[in-house]
Design a protein around this ligand. Structure first.
Ligand SMILES: CC(C)[C@H](C(=O)O)[C@@H](O)C(=O)O
Ligand code: SF4
Length: 473
């Protein structure tokens, strides 16, 4: 029996199950036409709306799209007047496009506003078994609840707006199982950085990832969102986790979640969404929780990450001349010396925010480290959503951050990408809870080190990258 035959006879994966119910037909090239349950649109959707306008097409199912303002919103105020003049039109376009097509908008001054990948789960727009898309690579986040969710390009967004469907090649499937128990101080962010560092930023290219194993089952829903968020940084098309009781409890009662009989039916369906015991994956990876330490990036790709007690790599010891050049280039950009201890790297700023790590548990973890202490470096905290901000204030976290010397800002993508003007200066180094450390990501010439919220807080206190395990001893 060849591989394809044996696959067809084997059980189904979580991914197969969700894909199958959304597949309308296949074309001669083997691509599938998929029904899209929910489409989320941030400011970048103007490209797609322009394509629609060029052909004078209406939005086919306006009720299936939700607009959210996040990338360009100011974090100092909630008014359009506070938006940087040169980007104001981008937010204006989101307002106009959604209004024109009868699409609901969670805009700048909406109490539900936030980063699209925080708002979706928070509002119950994200549910197990749904097929969700957004013109944004971190759409993989939503897979944490068992949705099949992935980022798409502008022409695909236009196709979804015009038809509520999308042509896709079925990706190969890979399962990353993490077994054992995470040590204190090790979080979902460390799992993400650690698997990407070991396997490479390209390792999951062309694959849909399912995360499984005892560690994943033990993770909170918020931590699962962090992990799935970074699937794309390892090249994955999407990241999924089978829904369980935690997922169901999380979704129940949210604004867009089903209610009453519909909820009962939905829950019954959600409980069928797991990979069958005999399901086959194209690639299986198993990692042991004991091998995952608090991890930080030292370079310019999320794969350039190491356990915090390590040292900056030495190009002289690289596996090939090409690799040596690449390492040297990263060291030069980051202003680091080969062999330097990671804990000796001094930072100028910290940033706690983004769709990766700015939910309640993240803010609580950072605040726990900062409570009653004073930071050595400045920085800011931008909650993942306005509702997270309100909740954090109710818990007094804003006061902890401010007394520690950090700025407490409004919600948005902010310094994750700086499109709203929250930028670092050239040469400045930031300890950041975000997901990308590409050259210039937080501003031209800026240097980013990715890590968990508690680790960012620890760096804020000491002024250099710090092992959270040493602080808590
Ligand atoms: C601007 C947007 C399209 C982009 C993405 O696709 O991810 C951004 O959110 C990012 O994180 O780089
Ligand atoms: S917070 Fe950062 S990663 Fe997330 S959507 Fe915004 S820019 Fe992209």
């Amino acid at each position: 029996m060849d591989h394809i035959e044996s696959r067809a006879m084997a059980g189904k994966t979580l991914f197969d199950k969700v894909w199958q119910v959304h597949e309308i037909c296949q074309n001669n090239e083997g691509q599938s036409l998929l029904w899209v349950d929910r489409h989320l649109a941030h400011e970048g959707s103007f490209h797609a709306f322009n394509k629609l306008a060029e052909r004078d097409l209406p939005v086919r199912h306006p009720e299936c799209t939700t607009g959210v303002a996040d990338h360009y919103v100011p974090t100092i105020s909630r008014t359009l007047a506070a938006v940087q003049p040169k980007v104001r039109h981008v937010i204006r376009q989101l307002i106009d496009n959604t209004q024109r097509h009868g699409v609901s908008l969670i805009g700048l001054d909406d109490p539900r506003q936030g980063i699209v990948h925080v708002v979706g789960p928070e509002q119950g727009l994200t549910q197990p078994g749904l097929l969700m898309v957004c013109g944004d690579s971190h759409t993989s986040t939503h897979g944490a609840l068992g949705a099949l969710a992935f980022g798409i390009g502008a022409s695909e967004v236009a196709h979804v707006l015009a038809t509520q469907t999308l042509w896709q090649d079925k990706p190969r499937q890979m399962r990353i199982s993490i077994e054992g128990q995470l040590a204190p101080g090790v979080t979902a962010k460390d799992i993400a950085l650690s698997w990407i560092a070991r396997l490479g930023a390209d390792a999951a290219r062309g694959y849909a990832i399912e995360y499984a194993g005892s560690v994943i089952r033990d993770l909170s829903v918020e931590a699962r969102l962090t992990l799935c968020n970074m699937s794309i940084e390892g090249g994955g098309r999407c990241g999924m986790i089978a829904p369980d009781e935690k997922t169901i409890d999380y979704v129940k009662g949210r604004a867009f979640a089903p209610q009453g009989d519909q909820l009962e039916q939905a829950v019954e369906y959600w409980q069928s969404l797991f990979s069958d015991a005999d399901a086959q994956f194209d690639l299986e990876i198993t990692l042991n929780a004991d091998d995952i330490a608090p991890t930080v990036t030292w370079g310019v790709s999320p794969e350039e990450a190491l356990p915090i007690d390590g040292r900056v790599p030495d190009p002289a010891q690289a596996s090939s001349p090409g690799k040596a050049l690449q390492l040297q280039d990263s060291l030069d950009y980051m202003g680091l010396q080969a062999g330097q201890k990671l804990t000796q790297i001094r930072v100028d700023k910290v940033f706690i925010g983004s769709c990766t790590n700015a939910r309640m548990e993240d803010l609580r973890a950072a605040a726990d480290v900062l409570r009653g202490k004073r930071c050595k470096v400045p920085g800011f905290v931008s909650p993942g959503s306005t509702l997270v901000k309100v909740q954090a204030e109710a818990e007094g976290l804003d006061k902890i951050f401010m007394s520690a010397g950090l700025e407490w800002r409004e919600s948005g993508c902010s310094m994750c990408v700086g499109m709203n003007g929250d930028l670092m200066a050239s040469g400045e180094r930031c300890a950041s809870t975000t997901n990308r450390n590409f050259k210039g990501r937080q501003g031209p010439g800026s240097r980013t080190h990715l890590m968990s919220p508690a680790m960012v807080a620890a760096a804020a206190l000491t002024g250099h990258l710090t092992d959270i395990r040493d602080l808590s001893e």
